[in-house]
Design a protein around this ligand. Structure first.
Ligand SMILES: NC(=O)c1ccc[n+]([C@@H]2O[C@H](COP(=O)([O-])OP(=O)(O)OC[C@H]3O[C@@H](n4cnc5c(N)ncnc54)[C@H](OP(=O)(O)O)[C@@H]3O)[C@@H](O)[C@H]2O)c1
Length: 250
């Protein structure tokens, strides 16, 4: 059994809130050099003062800007976490710009960032891509657009693991159920529905719970690839059938 070298440099996107912020804290506490990426500069500064992480105020869609910094940082671990819940409340009435943004932020950006990181990882013969998916990418839930983005990132990760076999680079996907965060406040779509969805009334997962699972995956010995983790609040379950009569057939 080999434990391998500690994967030391970790880049985390979406680091100013929720899962990303908790992951920066956890990775920094585990002795990693962390580069935190998100748009809200003041929050990044505060996180850096607290954890000692480096930071870059950037939109994940600015892949040209990110590329230079990423090559200089030489990440061993990429946590593709930045994401938006646009469309969680349904496709109808959703601004076309929000549909574009959902796919650009949740799918195109993590794929581009991963592509930027892979050359260096291949040279060093080690690396770990951690994608934050969702149960919405695995199961049929209410969200066509959001679920579509997360299903895309699910298939991307599963197939990437296959492409990278033999390279020493691992790919992990975390698929959380409901997590307490700013996710529904930040989402675009029908505001009343999003606000209702934001108050689940159950004991939700905490961002720290997801960060703990990420640490489990990245701390695993080099010969272990934690492929997919689905993490639900105990009070949430997936399943059932919702049958709604069609108005004109009644
Ligand atoms: N909350 C849930 O119930 C849940 C369940 C399953 C999966 N997830 C997934 O978990 C991930 C994190 O969500 P969260 O719950 O922690 O939500 P959150 O509290 O809203 O955090 C989202 C983070 O993403 C960043 N972000 C958004 N758009 C960005 C962009 N264009 N460029 C750079 N950063 C951007 C935000 O920072 P800035 O605004 O500062 O850029 C923020 O730091 C997402 O991928 C989400 O789909 C969430």
């Amino acid at each position: 059994m080999t434990s391998g070298p500690l994967l030391k440099n970790a880049l985390v996107t979406g680091a100013t809130s929720g899962i990303g912020e908790a992951t920066v804290r956890a990775l920094a506490a585990s002795g990693r050099n962390v580069l935190a990426v998100a748009r809200r500069e003041a929050r990044l500064e505060a996180l850096a003062a607290e954890t000692g992480c480096s930071w870059m105020a950037a939109d994940v869609r600015e892949t040209d800007r990110l590329g230079g910094r990423l090559r200089a940082f030489a990440p061993d671990i990429i946590v593709n976490n930045a994401g938006v819940g646009h469309g969680s409340a349904g496709l109808e009435g959703l601004d076309p710009a929000a549909i574009q943004e959902a796919f650009d932020i949740n799918v195109v950006a993590p794929v581009q960032i991963t592509a930027l990181a892979l050359a260096g990882m291949r040279e060093r013969r080690r690396g770990h891509i951690v994608n934050i998916g969702s149960i919405a990418g695995l199961h049929t839930l209410v969200s066509a657009v959001y679920g579509g983005t997360k299903a895309a990132i699910h298939r991307f990760g599963q197939n990437l693991r296959f492409e990278l076999r033999g390279s020493g680079i691992r790919v992990t996907e975390l698929c959380p159920g409901r997590v307490s965060s700013e996710f529904y406040q930040a989402a675009q779509g029908d505001r009343d529905t999003l606000d209702r969805m934001g108050q689940s009334g159950i004991v939700e997962l905490q961002p720290q719970d997801i960060a703990d699972a990420i640490l489990f995956a990245v701390n695993a010995p080099a010969h272990v690839n934690v492929a997919t983790i689905e993490l639900l609040p105990t009070e949430q379950a997936v399943g059932g059938v919702q049958a709604t009569p069609v108005d004109h057939l009644k």
